[in-house]
Each structure stands twice: as C-alpha cells, then as structure tokens.
Design a protein around this ligand. Structure first.
Ligand SMILES: [Zn+2]
Ligand SMILES: [Zn+2]
Length: 263
C-alpha cells in the first residue's frame, strides 16, 4: 500500500532485504510477493534475510497453491557474521549483525569510487564509448596521428565522492557499531524508547534515542535518522530533542519524508 502511495515502481524492485523475523518487519512481504505475481512479474527477485525466511515464504505459497510467475532467489545470510552479500561495479552491501532477541542484521550500503564526470558542453562532436571510458578515468584522448583531441583536465570534472548508508533496525545499543558505522554518511537507527526507559529498552533488546545519538556522535557519521518508535509516544518530538542533545544532525524517519544523502 505504501509503495503505491509513494509511487514507487514495482518493476524497479529487484532486491528485498529483510532484517529479522519479527512480524513488524516482514509480515507485509507475502502480500508484496502476491502483488508482483498478480502483475505478472517475470524477472527474478532476490530476497536477503535470516535463516528461516525461505521456509516461511515457501510454506505460505505451498498452502495457497500459488505458483509464482517469477522466481525468487533466496539468500539467507549467516547470523552474527558481517559479510558482503552483494557487489557490483558501483556499490556493495554488507550485513551488520545486530543484538536483538532473534537473529537480526542491519545493512550497510557503500558506493565505490566513482569516475570523473564529462562536461558535455566542453566536448565538440560525438564521443565514442572508448573515448568516454578514457576521459572518465582521467586520461587524455589522442587521434591516430597521436594528436591530442581531448584534454581530460579540460573536459572533465572531478568525480562525486562515494556515499554510504546504513540501515540498523531492531537492536540493543551495540558499542561495536561505533567502528562498523564509522563516517557513514546517513545512518538509520532504531530509537524505540526515550532514555528514561533504558531498562525497558535493554530488556526488550531495543535502543533509546540518547543511545542512538551517542552512537552517531562516536561513529562520526553524517546524519542520523531515528525510527521504530514505541506506540506510547504520540508526540515524537521529545525523542528528537533528546537525541539532538548528543548528536545535532538528527531527524525523525517519518514515513514518506525525503532526506538528501548526496549533493
Ligand atoms: Zn524486532
Ligand atoms: Zn520491530
């Protein structure tokens, strides 16, 4: 329903990452899988998640006698181990083991170094693919007679810097994340309770707004997004105020809000 509301194209979804098997984090999955089926999806869908997810989904499909129009490629990660689960020439995704009542993992998305940007307005005529590649690597382009045609310094701009984002769902305050999240540009971290409920947070394997902010400060991150608030808080502002005392650049991850990661 929210994917529809926010006008996200279903056809652009090729990978789904699940953090853990508590209902508030994946009960919507079978509904989404059914919707994709009703739309007649053909391309493979990759689903990353904890062990058990494949069995649960397979059982639901079995007893509803559903034969999906597409294949699911389940990739269950190993709990408590940080591993690279996805990599291409632009980015990689790593699991971030968390401390929750059941196996739970966040995800760290890291862009790879980017190539230089071609200033199209500075280029006369058409560039061949190999010329584009040379310029993006910062190398000058010569013709067959060894005459300079394009000076990379003049027709390209420096690359954008690579950005990173981490999604840390349900977890107790975990000090080792200070190292894992070091200098990440944008971090989503749960903040289920305020700090006056620290005991409750610890007993239920959750984090307080203050703890999340202290983690953000200690890990030297760019921006912190707080989420997963207990329903006891009708007004979320006190959570934000508490967190900002420890880490100024904090926002509430309100459904539908947009946050700029890169410039
Ligand atoms: Zn949970
Ligand atoms: Zn939860």
């Amino acid at each position: 329903m929210l994917i529809k509301k926010y006008k996200i194209k279903l056809s652009r979804i090729n990978t789904i990452l699940i953090s853990h098997l508590h209902g508030d984090h994946y009960y919507g999955l079978i509904g989404l899988l059914s919707t994709l089926h009703l739309y007649g999806r053909k391309t493979v869908l990759k689903i990353f998640g904890p062990p058990g997810l494949r069995d649960i989904i397979s059982l639901q499909l079995k007893y509803s006698e559903t034969r999906l129009t597409y294949d699911i490629d389940f990739r269950e990660w190993e709990p408590n181990v940080s591993s690279v689960i996805y990599e291409d020439d632009k980015m990689m995704i790593k699991t971030v083991p968390l401390e929750h009542r059941v196996s739970c993992s966040g995800y760290l998305f890291q862009e790879k170094p980017k190539s230089r940007r071609i200033r199209r307005e500075a280029v006369e005529g058409h560039l061949t693919p190999s010329q584009v590649n040379l310029l993006k690597m910062g190398e000058d382009v010569y013709n067959e007679d060894n005459q300079l045609i394009y000076d990379a310094k003049l027709v390209t701009l420096p690359p954008y810097r690579p950005f990173s984002y981490a999604f840390c769902s349900d977890t107790r305050y975990k000090p080792s994340l200070i190292e894992t999240l070091n200098k990440v540009d944008l971090v989503y971290h749960e903040a289920t309770f305020m700090h006056d409920m620290l005991d409750r947070a610890q007993n239920t394997y959750h984090t307080t707004a203050r703890q999340a902010a202290e983690l953000a400060r200690d890990a030297n991150i760019g921006k912190l997004l707080l989420g997963h608030f207990s329903t006891r808080y009708r007004d979320l502002n006190p959570l934000l105020v508490e967190a900002r005392q420890y880490f100024e650049n904090t926002e509430l991850a309100i459904e539908g809000e947009k946050f700029v990661v890169s410039e």
